[in-house]
Design a protein around this ligand. Structure first.
Ligand code: ZN
Length: 155
C-alpha cells in the first residue's frame, strides 16, 4: 500500500516535471519574483498576472531537481483563478501539510497533495517549499506596493 502510494506520487511529480503546462513567462505580469534553494541548486522565477485582485495567469521557469520544478508547476496550476487572499490560504495549507499537520480542510490542494510524500526526506521539503515561498514573497511585495505606491487599490 505504502509503496503504491509512493509510486503514484512519483508519477504525478515526474509528469509535472516533464510536461508542465505552466512553464514560460508573462511579459506584462504584475508580479515577477525569483528565489533559490542553494542546498540543492534549485532556482525559480514566477510571473503572475493579476486583475482586480485575482490571479489570472501564472507561469514559471527555472532549473533544479524534479521536486522543485514539479512543485512549481502544480502550484502555478492551483493559483490561477484565485484571489490573493485565497492564494495565501493555499500557501498556508501547503506549509501545514509539509509540517505533517492537517491542513485547512476547506482548501482544495489538488495534486499538490502528492508532495506530502516528500516529507519523509527533510532535505527535499526545501525543494518543494521553494515554489510557495517565492510566490508568497511576490504577493507580499505586490500587496505592499499597491498599499503605498499610489497605484489603484485592487477592488
Ligand atoms: Zn531540489
Amino acid at each position: 500500500m505504502f509503496e503504491q502510494l509512493d509510486e503514484l506520487y512519483r508519477e504525478v511529480i515526474l509528469d509535472h516535471f516533464k510536461h508542465s503546462t505552466h512553464a514560460g513567462e508573462i511579459a506584462e505580469a504584475q508580479v515577477k519574483v525569483e528565489g533559490a534553494n542553494p542546498l540543492c541548486g534549485d532556482e525559480l522565477v514566477f510571473h503572475l498576472q493579476l486583475e482586480d485582485g485575482r490571479i489570472q495567469r501564472v507561469r514559471f521557469h527555472g532549473k533544479g531537481c524534479a521536486i522543485s520544478q514539479a512543485a512549481a508547476s502544480m502550484l502555478a496550476g492551483r493559483l490561477e483563478g484565485k484571489t490573493v487572499a485565497e492564494a495565501g490560504r493555499l500557501i498556508e495549507a501547503m506549509k501545514t501539510l509539509m509540517q505533517g499537520a492537517a491542513p485547512d480542510p476547506s482548501v482544495d490542494l489538488g495534486d499538490l497533495e502528492a508532495l506530502a510524500g516528500v516529507r519523509k526526506f527533510p532535505v527535499r521539503v526545501k525543494c518543494a517549499a521553494l515554489s510557495w515561498n517565492v510566490v508568497e514573497q511576490g504577493l507580499t511585495d505586490y500587496a505592499r506596493g499597491s498599499d503605498g505606491s499610489g497605484l489603484e487599490p485592487a477592488v
